[in-house]
Design a protein around this ligand. Sequence first.
Ligand code: F0G
Length: 461
Amino acid sequence: MKKSDIKHSWAEPYKIKMVELLKMTTKQQRIKAIKEAGYNTFLLKSEDVYIDLLTDSGTNAMSDIQWAALMLGDEAYAGSKSYYKLEAAIQKYYGYKYIVPTHQGRAAENILSKILIKKGDVIPGNMYFTTTRLHQELAGGTFTDIIIDEAHDPYSDHPFKGNVDMAKLEKVVKKYGAKKIPYISIATNVNMAGGQPVSMANLKELRAYTKKLGIRIIHDMTRVAENAYFIQQREKGYAKKSIKDIVKEICSLTDGATMSAKKDALVNIGGFMATNEWDVFEEARNMVVVYEGLHTYGGLAGRDMEAIAVGIAESLDDNHQRARIGQVEYLGHKMMEYNVPIVQPIGGHGIFVDAKKFLPHLTQDQFPAQTLAAEVYIDSGVRTMERGIVSAGRKANGENYYPKLELVRFTMPRRVYTQAHMDVIAESVASVYERRNSIKGLKMVYEPKYLRFFQAKFEKL
Ligand code: F0G
């Protein structure tokens, strides 16, 4: 090999100090387990799972420094030192003025939606997220999608599929009027689109437009550092900027945020709501007492707030994100070598397999993504998640949403699995792909009222 042919690959900026042992299962055991779970991977017992890619939420490995920080937790009911450390970290790294801790992201969404949304309001956003939209609806609002069309096309290689289509937004504003729009809901690194980023240019355009009309931008910043990594890699003028600086700039273009710290911030539980408006903060600080706990702990232990404060700083390290997303890209390329259809470009927090194309003989009512997730589990004990018609749920009038994207998400916990695990995952998907024509669909036999994907049950057709 010539010297110039050598490619420098990504690698983890850490080494392993402790391991968690896993149970290995047989195929017969897995067939039984998934049947008992109603072909829903959410209902499997985790001890029956080998490689758990259900979610990147709360499944991260904390660093030795985060574990040490747990010991510093101040468990005072009121005015905990740990709260002030968390507040200082959020102000320093994200730049928001006021913060209210919550036990996780959806609790922040509940409080913020209740404060900002009135009955009949419309909330435009760059694609829905399950819990976010539900809280907007429960508060009396209606979500409307204003993401660019490319986001709904798994094979468009647009570098910023999370972008807002400004023409779609203007149409919504014209139709309902700015007064009916309490805020625009902007997620960085759009989960349901496949972990796709928003560009800084798009955010700047959105800021200029909303400023004129006096409409807020509320930032779902759950994966903001991953979005910043893509801006650094892909957007003109950002190659030499640090992820830290890019994150701060993103936040500066918005008025407030909800955060699930269980993702980017490298912890197992926690979240917060942030705002630059005193009035909104005052109301949130009062409301959190009803739903979560006093405003200086919001449903978290002092030690949890310590771990988040450290995790925020670690998440903004350039080497961390390069390894984090490098691992996801490694898995994606491996699947592509086996011709498995995946969402392009490869996203930040996982690989999204296109179940419609994988199982073209199934109609969407036969739940192709739910089916594929069950088949992959049976093959290798790898647990994934449906992100298609089951996740999309029903409209207020009871009709099913039929989302264009019918995906299985292979979500990567941060700092948890090795490159050999990635190989096992790709090989398992490839072997299911080989026998795809013989795979039958599912029928739903139990459907809960809210967020049905968590608890619905299915049987084989
Ligand atoms: N917003 C986004 C973009 C999310 O991905 C999540 C959670 C939330 C809000 C809610 O936060 O779980 O802390 O209450 N996503 C997880 C997932 C559940 O698997 O994608 P939470």
